[in-house]
Design a protein around this ligand. Structure first.
Ligand SMILES: Nc1ncnc2c1ncn2[C@@H]1O[C@H](COP(=O)(O)OP(=O)(O)O)[C@@H](O)[C@H]1O
Ligand SMILES: [Mg+2]
Length: 322
């Protein structure tokens, strides 16, 4: 399988700040790479270098087989970019924005118009097509951003935090649209602060923090890396909660986490599970749920970086910081 995006040793400094301290990454053609990291990790800087908007201080990169510095114009013909630096003009309507982009790409006017209409329909923006984009909701705006990046039918797409600040329904909608593009063969490099987003969309994940790659692999590989498994037990009868907490705590030698009726605890020895079942059975406790599960990506992130990942429900901003 061929490589659509390739970078080695990318370094970028802004004055005292080292935004990238030597980043390597590869994205196979037709797959999604999730570049995952907290605010300030260097994600946008990496995307801007790969999209030819910024020159690295060291290292090299190629996109679609073309060097991002020596063949920047070739790279630009292959890519679409959306996210923190999207070029949508607030005063123009959705249709005007897409037409303008088509014209800037050198597409003849009738074709640019047709392409704009096609994208507006596909992204369910027909009704809003002739309204100024400053009246759009956050979700509509992101759909227009994505449509704008697709005017030139790019084979390689950079999505920089495409769902930051969106409500859960709009996020799910956008994920669906990204999946469609990938199913059509588009290669995607997506940056995100959200574990669940990387887990949902990415074939491979590169975790960055402070300008360095701190882990990489498939979502499953990353989860397996921390090694931890969790036992989750939920009694049918809420009156049995205290018994469950005490049995799980005693046998796992830990202080269980309690969320509603669900009791969870880390398990290092799988033999603990039948022991818990027997002891609860002896105590006459019936279970609604009993599961041994791998660590979530949130737990992985915490163990890799020492700080929790951003929780999307805590972020209600529409825009995003530069
Ligand atoms: N144009 C710039 N001038 C100065 N500092 C910058 C600039 N762009 C990014 N930085 C800094 O570089 C670091 C990485 O930023 P960025 O790539 O935007 O991270 P992310 O997208 O992961 O939030 C941050 O400390 C940020 O403040
Ligand atoms: Mg960013």
């Amino acid at each position: 399988m061929s490589t659509a995006i390739w970078a080695e040793g990318l370094v970028k400094r802004f004055g005292e700040t080292t935004a990238l301290a030597g980043v390597d990454l590869q994205v196979r053609t037709g797959t999604v790479l999730g570049l995952l990291g907290p605010n300030g990790a260097g994600k946008t800087t990496a995307v801007r270098i790969l999209a030819t908007l910024l020159k690295p201080d060291a290292g090299s990169a190629s996109v679609g087989g073309h060097d991002v510095i020596r063949e920047a114009h070739r790279v630009r013909q292959l890519i679409g970019l959306t996210g923190q630096y999207a070029a949508v003009d607030e005063a123009l309507t959705g249709a005007e924005n897409l037409l303008l982009i088509g014209r800037l790409l050198g597409i003849p006017k009738p074709d640019a118009k047709a392409r704009a209409r096609e994208l507006l329909t596909h992204f369910q923006l027909d009704d809003a097509a002739d309204r100024a984009t400053k009246t759009y909701s956050g979700g509509m705006r992101r759909r227009l951003d994505l449509a704008a990046s697709l005017v030139g039918r790019p084979r390689i797409l950079f999505l920089d935090e495409p769902t930051t600040g969106l409500d859960p329904r709009s996020r799910t909608e956008l994920w669906g649209l990204v999946r469609e593009l990938v199913a059509e063969g588009t290669t995607v490099l997506l940056t995100t602060q959200y574990m669940d987003e990387a887990d949902q969309l990415a074939d491979e994940i590169v975790v960055v923090d402070h300008g360095r790659v701190i882990a990489s692999g498939t979502p499953e590989e990353l989860k397996a890396k921390t090694g931890a498994q969790y036992l989750a037990v939920r009694p049918i009868d809420p009156n049995h909660l205290a018994t469950v907490i005490s049995v799980v705590g005693e046998l796992t030698k830990s202080t269980p986490d309690v969320d509603g009726q669900l009791v969870t605890a880390p398990v290092t020895d799988p033999a603990v599970v039948p022991a818990v079942v027997r002891k609860l059975d002896d105590a006459g406790v019936l279970l609604a749920e009993l599961a041994l599960r791998g660590s979530s990506l949130d737990e992985v992130f915490l163990s890799l970086t020492g700080h929790p990942a951003t929780d999307p429900s805590e972020d209600d901003s529409e825009g995003s910081s530069p």
